[in-house]
Ligand binder design. Structure first.
Ligand SMILES: [Ca+2]
Ligand SMILES: [Ca+2]
Length: 160
């Protein structure tokens, strides 16, 4: 009797399914696009230029040295880790530091993100939709490659 009960319990226990690998990502968001999306303050899922500038100012203010408008490259890497998701995410401090004085100012950060904003704004209407902020990959890459492909593999997107 006891033996049959044990068998019943075993039969009722759910059998764990083998892990199914995630399909390769085909819709991606670049770190800069993620930050720009977070600048939407009125909750309409659009980012205007005014929201961009205000959002960048809020984010920049959290960087070490921001009060003096002198954020060093190490502090910028810390800032990027927080706001762009990785210390090495683009834009790098080298491309943001317009006057190459090894310090990042809010004006320099805004200038770089204005260029990025204009690149993402495919229809040039002065605001960014989520569709403009995502990157669509054209092809599905080799199964088992967690990166889903190599750097530079992407669908043509308008002027990109
Ligand atoms: Ca500078
Ligand atoms: Ca637009």
């Amino acid at each position: 009797m006891l033996f049959s009960i044990v068998l019943l319990v075993q039969a009722a226990a759910p059998t764990p399914l083998p892990p199914v690998p995630q399909p390769p990502a085909t819709i991606l968001v670049e770190p800069a696009a993620m930050l720009l999306a977070a600048c939407d303050t009125n909750g309409d899922a659009l980012v205007t230029r005014a929201e961009r500038d205000a959002g960048l100012a809020r984010a920049f203010a959290t960087a070490d040295g921001a009060a003096a408008e002198r954020v060093g490259y190490i502090a910028y890497a810390d800032w990027a880790g927080r706001w762009l998701g990785d210390r090495n995410a683009l834009p790098s401090p080298y491309e943001v530091d317009g006057n190459s004085d090894n310090r990042i100012s809010l004006a320099e950060l805004t200038r770089r993100f204005t260029a990025l904003f204009d690149r993402y704004d495919l229809n040039k209407d002065g605001s960014l939709t989520r569709a403009e902020l995502v990157t669509i990959r054209a092809a599905v890459f080799q199964a088992g490659d967690p990166r889903g492909g190599r750097r530079g593999d992407r669908a043509p997107r308008g002027q990109r």
